[in-house]
Design a binder for this molecule. Sequence first.
Ligand code: HPA
Length: 291
Amino acid sequence: MDEMNGIAYQNGGSILLEKVRETVQYIEKQTTIRPKIGIVLGSGLGGFVDQIEDQVVIPYEDIPHFPISTAPGHRGRLVLGRVADREVLCMQGRFHYYEGYSMQEVTYPVRVMQRFGVQSLILTNAAGGLDPQFVPGDLMVIRDHINFLGTNPLIGPNEASFGERFIDMSKPYALDLIETAKRAAKEEQVDLKEGVYVSYSGPSFETAAEIKMFQLLGGSAVGMSTVPEVIVANHSGVRVLAISCITNLGTGILDQPLSGEEVMVVAAEAGEKFQGLLKCILQMMPEENNE
Ligand code: HPA
């Protein structure tokens, strides 16, 4: 057996592919529904699962080959069911690079969702605002990103059945889903911002100098997740919509220290607005994504 960057190969077949198959089979045994929409709920945003009807709940620790959530505010469960008449597969809690997981582990659930049949993925996160116009509690749809993690989940042997070696990233966030999010925001009377998300490994928050650099680079918000998932989704043709909840302004923009607790509290306070928007987006998502 050879191992390279977390992807092991045996007898010419990928062990990653085999693991994904086993994970998918396990999930398929728990429910008859086959959602085409996946949702990842970020820090403090897990309350959205209350909107899901006919829930089938699967704790991550029961799922073969699934990592375990260690981040505060991440429950660590898959919740499948219906919202606004749409079938959804919802991850209540995700995996971050700062937890010590490899990039392959961080993005493993995206591989699983894709093989399970998910075609559109809605990613959510808590983020720090870089745009000084933003206020805590604002929601921002991500138009583009800057990968500042210094690594990439596609490094290593390419599994051709997932996607190509070199993938286009000119439109990593589906333009029609961004438009849908904007229409839903209008309907819900939410002042939805739009911008560029910068990924930073954490778990320390940024310094004031780093925040200044990210502003100069053209970033609108900074956070510790999402970008690896977006890259892997794009690798295998899963369409992405991503929304940040701005829980604070970046270090040094206001003269106050940051804490993880503040992030959680503000995200939870924005919860009602966030849940209303997400539900409306699901209602408005084009039918071809849901058949
Ligand atoms: N920086 C990075 N990640 C974050 C922040 C921040 O200010 N707020 C919430 N997640």
